[in-house]
Ligand binder design. Sequence first.
Ligand SMILES: Nc1ncnc2c1ncn2[C@@H]1O[C@H](COP(=O)(O)OP(=O)(O)OP(=O)(O)O)[C@@H](O)[C@H]1O
Ligand SMILES: [Mg+2]
Length: 582
Amino acid sequence: MKHFIQLNQFLKPYKWYILAGFLFIVLSKIFAIFPARFISQAFDEVKQALETAHLSNSSAIYKEITNYALMIVGAALVNGFFLFLTRQTIIVASRKIEYDIKNTIYEQYQQLSRSFYKKHNTGDLMSRIGEDVSKVRMYFGPAIMYSMNLTVLFILVIATMLSISIELTLYTLLPLPFLALLIYYVSKTIHQKSEQVQIKLAGLSTNTQESFSGIRVIKSFDTSSYMKSKFTDQNQAYYSASLSLAKTNALFHPFMILLIGLSTILTIYIGGRLCAEGKVSTGNIAEFVIYVNMLTWPVASLGWVTSLTQRALASYKRIDYFLKINPEIVNQKNAQQYNFGDIKLNNVSLKYQDTGIEALKKINLTISKGSTIGIVGKTGSGKSSLASLISRMYDCTEGTIEIDQKNISSINLFQLRDHIAMVNQDVFLFSQTIAQNIVFGLKRSYTNQEIVWAAQQACVDENIKQLKDQYQTLLGERGVNLSGGQKQRISIARALIKDADILILDDCLSAVDTETEHQITQNIKTLTKEKTCIIIAQRVSTVRHADCIITLDEGRIVQQGTHEQLIKTKGFYQDLYHKQQI
Ligand SMILES: Nc1ncnc2c1ncn2[C@@H]1O[C@H](COP(=O)(O)OP(=O)(O)OP(=O)(O)O)[C@@H](O)[C@H]1O
Ligand SMILES: [Mg+2]
């Protein structure tokens, strides 16, 4: 009930749409009932005329019937017009609500921290904003519309029926509750079975997609027959689930027709007897048959609406769960002026909550503006974790990080990230053009020359110029595939054009040859004279020019000094240097 009330909160901004929709439903139903009444009257008049058959007045009867026919068509047209308005208000409102909810969810997704994304897989996140929102929309649109429809129709039709004959009304309505119950159960079964079909389909799609994206591994390990048999199994499961759904669906309609038929027979049988007793007219029987048919679909929809509402509630609970999650990184709203670039880490530790891994232990480090710091260390020693702390992707579990002597958590998050240009270890380029990738996230205006300049600084301009569409080359699934080193350099260009106060390069020269690497580090050195630069690397050659180099081991700083100092001291750096010299 709590969720149901919360769900209906979304209606508030659109209450006038819903109220107008209700009014249109009432009007359209009034005009839906008229034809039945006209038919009844026409029947009775024809019968009377036949009983007192005078050929002379047959043309008068034809005229009378034509009048009725015109009135029926007229009423149907008016009914149709109001039906159109009903859909224009209620269904339109539901689409607007869908739009609102999608925006709310997307905003929330953007605020949640990286640890949230580790806990939930992409498919799950996609289905919240896709499928679950659609199910909620089905409640605001069809479910609300059909329940209003049913209520209004019931009141109007049953009142009319009762005014004609109470006895006939009761008999006629007898099968309807069974119909509603049947439909409720059948649509529940259909829903369960379609969920199964969905699950099987999702499995099949994931597998298929993986076999496309992993085609290089599959081919080189010659596992195509294994993949094929896996696909066949999943395809079989999907096939069986679909078949079972089709069987239930096939039973659904015949059952409905059977129940409608039963109601009609009852109406004619009981109506015929009452007619013989003179309690109702033949016209009334015809009228009742029409009413039965009018009521059947709404009653059938009752079961459907109930299951739609249940599904919407289940989906809403899932959406609500996501919306209620508080972003772990709390943002300080006000932006102020800081001297970005002076960074100080005091006794900083980081423990990843989900894995319990302590990636950084009691780190003390001062990086002053304008200096370049190199970070080396074995794999898993905490280098990337240190970089994530500075851009506040995570909050440290112990100690403090200060920027311009202010605690990082008191600085506006967006402002902080605006002043940091980061090149991540796992390069990600969007399925857009190269130029769009380079200026991605750039908040100021820029010229094409600047894009080329950034690419030149990252030593990737030559490569781009060799492509047919140059900077307009589309990347990604439907575009060109670049080499690992080219991707790295484009992401470096993306960071350089940002011209931020702090530049963080996380192992982003690993796929670049030493000569190009030398060129890029030289360029960066010139560009970042006034800025703070943090370079994480596996190679001594990348960091040797840094003002200070630290060596991390199992989350601790074990060495600190300049290149000249460190190569003279026994330890990781010296080993690394000698090995790489050889
Ligand atoms: N998001 C995360 N959630 C949980 N544990 C993590 C996460 N990222 C890293 N770790 C763990 O923290 C430790 C340090 O990882 P980190 O990525 O900082 O190492 P690294 O020095 O950058 O290694 P590499 O040189 O391979 O990039 C590792 O043991 C890793 O398993
Ligand atoms: Mg790393």
